[in-house]
Write a protein that binds this ligand. Sequence first.
Ligand SMILES: Nc1ncnc2c1ncn2[C@@H]1O[C@H](COP(=O)(O)OP(=O)(O)O)[C@@H](O)[C@H]1O
Ligand SMILES: [Mg+2]
Length: 291
Amino acid sequence: MLRFFTLQAEWFRHVWEVFVVDRPYEKGKQIRSYEIMDFLGAGGYGMAYLVRHRSSGERYVMKQLRPSSKKNKQGLRAHQNEIDMLSQLHHPAIPTLVEQFEWQQQEFVVMAWVEGATFWEQIFEQGVRYSHAEAFQMLHKLLDIVQHIHQKGIVHRDLRIPNVIVHEDRLFVIDFGLACKQDDSRPFLWEQTRQDPAFDPRKAPFCQSDHYALAHLVLFLLYSSYEPAANESERSWQEELGLPSRARQLLERMLQVKAPFRSTEELSTEVENLIKNHMDDAQNPSTPPVS
Ligand SMILES: Nc1ncnc2c1ncn2[C@@H]1O[C@H](COP(=O)(O)OP(=O)(O)O)[C@@H](O)[C@H]1O
Ligand SMILES: [Mg+2]
């Protein structure tokens, strides 16, 4: 019975937080020198808005720590982490940090706005399809940005399709709330980690965690053009996608099923080689976005 009441209380707290405490600001709301133009979305700890600077008219993205996460150490840490990481990264494919401030007891960070659509929006809302060759070309472009992040000694740890923006032929990486410093004090020991059931391949402070996440991202792009045959039962991605063996092996190494790449440079070189010698561009031509 006590458990029933505890569950009920939890449920009410959750509903209260989502609909009352964390209700996003309305369009037109003025926060310091910014005016809210649109609500972009809410993640675990933050809410993102497209805003306009009132005097310059420039657009920016403003992220607010969820009011319900203000007393939550993890939430505060993610918010501050994003600020720390953005302040260390200076790259044309990573939003520039503009400012951070507290306003009416709420925490905000303002960064450059990136025009375009995330891979998630492209695939699930616009119906964009990627051919095998295009998916690996995207991976190669992403690795250019990820190499910069890794050279700065940072692991992103959240390289998923809603966190990459595509604009024309350029890619941008956002959302550094889960990023961390690379652990340079010890090597990444695959032989050990694969025996450890508690090991999380997405969260370890090594570049290989980003390789792992990028393999999943590429699988999303590859599956965007996959059409299962009628009555076909589900098979593994290795069987379903029919990739050239070199491409399959590359993804298996990224996913740590086989010995992982030692560095992001090594991975990038292998992707370049794959695109040049093993991918056939005529296969699965891409489709234009559905309007
Ligand atoms: N700098 C930016 N430029 C354009 N859109 C952005 C930017 N930052 C975030 N967004 C949009 O807001 C969404 C949520 O932001 P994100 O940083 O991923 O936070 P979280 O996933 O932690 O809520 C993104 O998926 C993207 O659509
Ligand atoms: Mg995100």
